[in-house]
Write a protein that binds this ligand. Structure first.
Ligand SMILES: [Zn+2]
Length: 202
């Protein structure tokens, strides 16, 4: 299993492409508000079959280019939490505008599982940055959106944000085990490192 990172869009969102080179099956995590040609070219050059677009939360910088993605890969299922789908429909603040999210979506909640390549992707609710922020756990890879960054956590001052909730979510992530962490911005890290360097983990 391979993971390719592209930093995309107007404020540098981490967009991950997770793929199996033998079967060509793949899923993507977040798409930013402006997907680059090199992102599309990578998928096409590898001839990947995108099964899912997993969205960590509904902020525009993670999903506003969803329609262009779906136009290119119509078989990919768009997955988002039920809570952030509702936040998009009500177009609150920095959530993606509902007109830009006119895609049928698979709505998920805490504990749901998504089949992929004979394994499962686990949905873990981690509210705080937004009320519907989720992490996706696949094998030992945890895609954590804007809940945790290397050395920090996501902001909680935007609509539906909650510092109290994000601190509970960080504790939940810390208790999961020593997984690799793939945040929505900046560097990739792991949970064991964050327990040492990230003051919000203590
Ligand atoms: Zn965000």
């Amino acid at each position: 299993m391979k993971i390719k990172l592209f930093e995309e869009g107007s404020i540098g969102t981490n967009c991950f492409i997770v793929y199996d080179e033998a079967s060509k099956k793949a899923f993507c995590v977040d798409v930013s508000d402006r997907i680059s040609n090199k992102y599309f070219e990578f998928i096409d050059s590898k001839d990947l079959q995108i099964e899912y677009l997993l969205l960590t939360h509904g902020h525009y910088d993670h999903c506003a280019d969803v329609l262009r993605f779906i136009a290119r890969y119509p078989l990919a299922k768009v997955v988002i939490s039920e809570a952030d789908y509702q936040n998009i429909l009500s177009s609150r603040g920095v959530f993606c505008e509902r007109e830009r999210f006119a895609a049928p979506a698979v709505l998920v909640n805490d504990g749901d599982t998504i089949p992929f390549c004979g394994q499962t992707i686990q949905v873990i609710a981690t509210p705080g940055h937004t009320s519907g922020s989720v992490c996706y756990l696949y094998l030992n890879h945890l895609f954590c959106g804007d809940t945790v960054f290397d050395g920090s956590i996501g902001r909680t001052d935007l609509p539906t944000g909650s510092f109290f909730e994000i601190m509970k979510s960080v504790a939940k992530i810390s208790a999961l085990g020593d997984y690799q962490l793939y945040p929505g911005h900046m560097g990739v890290t792991d949970i064991a490192t964050q327990r040492r360097v990230n003051s919000f983990f203590r």
